[in-house]
Write a protein that binds this ligand. Structure first.
Ligand SMILES: [Zn+2]
Length: 308
């Protein structure tokens, strides 16, 4: 495949498509990973794309149509090939909200629970003015053309891609995107490099499932693993995260089974919450171990700060 732009490309968003993001246009950057694969930083979430024979495989859509349009404009500075498919790593707003910006012909692929979460969020009245209309729009016009249960090996624009759902991890609808020829993995928010030492578990996610998913990711043939947020980390850093979470989960479990409250556990093991929007790993693990497996909830139900 001929070499594409190898340098970092910078783009400042064109006139915003939605008022909500007009104030702060994102500065998106595309970092090359191979001659045809890139990861994008600078938006609300990371994203990525791979240029194939006659089209582009995009991974995640950004949070708003304006961000999605900026992302598409950035890709157009690198290739004129059309977006063939958009794989969604999970249904959180910062990964799906940009979907309306992309051409109708682009095939949308996500895990089956992510589709169900969009439908359930669209009919829930607690999403507020930001999330409510967003999910209703997605449910009306941007549901997936294809859903994945646990594993799919497909070819998109000549690009071989493996989509893996091992267990609920960050959410119940996570998909890990493995590109075996490029030796790349896009981990979605199962892999977070700028949100503290411990994983964020919400929307039906599971700490046990997270450990299983991370172990599966680490077993894949990949030179680079792109997180859903934050810079790319080394395999060694990811192994340390898994070891830390496994140890903490075991410590929490021991205290839960000894009858300790969450407040008591937080004293012994300070929660180290890095993102106050989300419950701590202590909280979610305690919740799992005392309430049973968490039920499906809309994306905002497990936020500490509800949307305004
Ligand atoms: Zn995210």
């Amino acid at each position: 495949m001929k070499p594409y732009l190898i340098t970092v490309v910078l783009i400042i968003i064109a006139p915003s498509l939605s008022a909500e993001s007009a104030a702060k246009p994102p500065r998106l950057k595309a970092h090359s990973l191979t001659d045809s694969a890139f990861w994008i930083e600078g938006g609300t979430a990371n994203a990525g794309f791979v240029i194939g024979n006659d089209g582009v495989l995009l991974i995640d859509a950004q949070r708003t149509p304006a961000e999605g349009a900026a992302q598409m404009a950035l890709i157009e500075t690198i290739t004129s090939r059309p977006i063939t498919a958009i794989v969604i790593t999970h249904a959180d707003p910062d990964h799906v909200g940009g979907l309306p910006a992309y051409p109708a012909g682009a095939r949308i692929i996500m895990q089956e629970n992510a589709r169900a979460q969009i439908l359930s969020a669209a009919t829930d009245n607690h999403g507020g003015p930001l999330f409510g209309p967003m999910y209703r729009k997605l449910a009306a016009n941007h549901l997936p053309d294809q859903t994945v249960a646990d594993l799919e090996r497909i070819t998109i624009a000549g690009i071989r891609v493996t989509l893996i759902h091992t267990a609920p991890a960050h959410t119940s609808g996570d998909l890990v995107v493995h590109l075996p020829e490029q030796k790349l993995v896009f981990g979605g928010d199962i892999v977070l490099s700028n949100q503290g030492r411990f994983p964020i578990i919400h929307v039906g996610g599971s700490s046990l499932g997270w450990l299983a998913a991370m172990n599966e990711i680490l077993a894949l043939d990949a030179k680079v693993i792109v997180p859903g947020h934050g810079p790319v980390e080394t395999r060694r850093q990811l192994e340390t995260r898994v070891a830390d979470a496994k140890r903490r989960r075991a410590e929490i479990k021991k205290m839960v089974e000894a009858g300790k409250s969450l407040a008591q556990i937080d004293v012994t093991l300070p929660p180290e919450t890095a993102n106050s929007m989300f419950p701590s790993f202590n909280y979610t693990t305690y919740d799992e171990l005392t309430q049973g497996y968490p039920p499906q909830r809309p994306p905002w139900a497990s936020l500490v700060k509800p949307p305004r």
